[in-house]
Design a protein. Sequence first.
Length: 324
Amino acid sequence: MVRIKDVAKEAGVAASTVSLVMNKKGYVSEATRAKVEAAMAKLNYVPSEMARNLSLNRTNTIGVIMPSLSHPFFGEVVEALEAALYERSYKMMLCCTRHKENSERTFVEMLKRRTMDGIIMGAHSLDVSLYDDLKQPIVAFDRYLNDNIPIVHCDHHQGGRLAAQALLDQGCKQIVEIVGYQGVSTPANEYHFMAADILRAHGAEVHMLEMPWNAFSYKDFMAAARELFQKYPEADGILGADLSVSACLNAAASMGKKVPEDVKLLAYDGTAATRMGLQPITAIRQPIEELAQLAVTKIINMINEEKDDSPWVLPPTLLEGETC
C-alpha cells in the first residue's frame, strides 16, 4: 500500500509538502506541485479521505433530518438533497424521525461531536429546544426552529395567492382547507392562512380541517378525507397537501361525487404523486429541486464561513390538471 511518505520520497520533497498539495493549502511552487502530482500518478497513490478530513477537521458529511420518506414531498426533497450534496463531494446521513424516539437528539449530539459538518433539518418535531444555543452549522428546511437558524422555503404567501385565485376562478364558495398539525411551526402554514384571507375577502366560506401530528400514512389521509365530506358535504373546493387531496379524490369517487363538476380539488406541493393517476391533480408546485440545491449551497457556505447574500425563498408555480 502506497503511503504519503512514499510519494514524498519519489518527488524528493517532505511529506508535509505532499499534504499541502493534496489539501490545496499553503504555498507550494508550481514546479514542486507538478513533481508531487507526477509522483502520485506514477505510484497510483490514492489519498486517504479519512486522514484528509481529519487534517481539515471535516467529515464531508451532512446530516438530513426529515419526518418520513413515505410522504412524496419529503421523499423528493431527500432525493434532491442527496444529489445536490453528491455534486459538491459531500455525503448525506439521513434521519427519519417518525416512530424513532430520540433519533433527532442523537443526530444533534453527533453534530456537536463533529461526526458531521452540518445539519439540514426539516422534521416536524414539537420540542425544538435542543437547537437552542447550538453553534454548529444548521439550515432549517421549511421549519422554524429559533431566531438564529435560517430557513430555506417556498414563498408560501405567493402559493396562497395562487391557490386562492385558482379556486376563485372556478367559482368556489364553500372551501375546506386540510391543514397540518398547528403545533408545528412551519412557514408552510402561511399558504393556508393567505388563501383563506383572500377567499373570505371575496365572499367565500372557508373551513379548516387539521391533521393529527406526524400523520403521513395512507390510512391517516383517507380518514381525513372521509371526515371532511361528512362534516362539510356542501364543500365545492378543497385545498391541501398532495396526499390529502389525492385521498379526497379517492373518497369523492366512492361517494359518487364528480371532480371537478361537484367539487374542485387543488393540491399543494405538486410532487409526482399528483401526475400519476388517471386524473392529474391541479397543484401549486413547490420548486423542490431548486430548494434542495439552495439548502445545500447555504449549509456548505456556513461550514466554510463564506458570505452568502442569495435569497432564502423561492417562488411556487401553478401546475395545470383536471381537478380544478
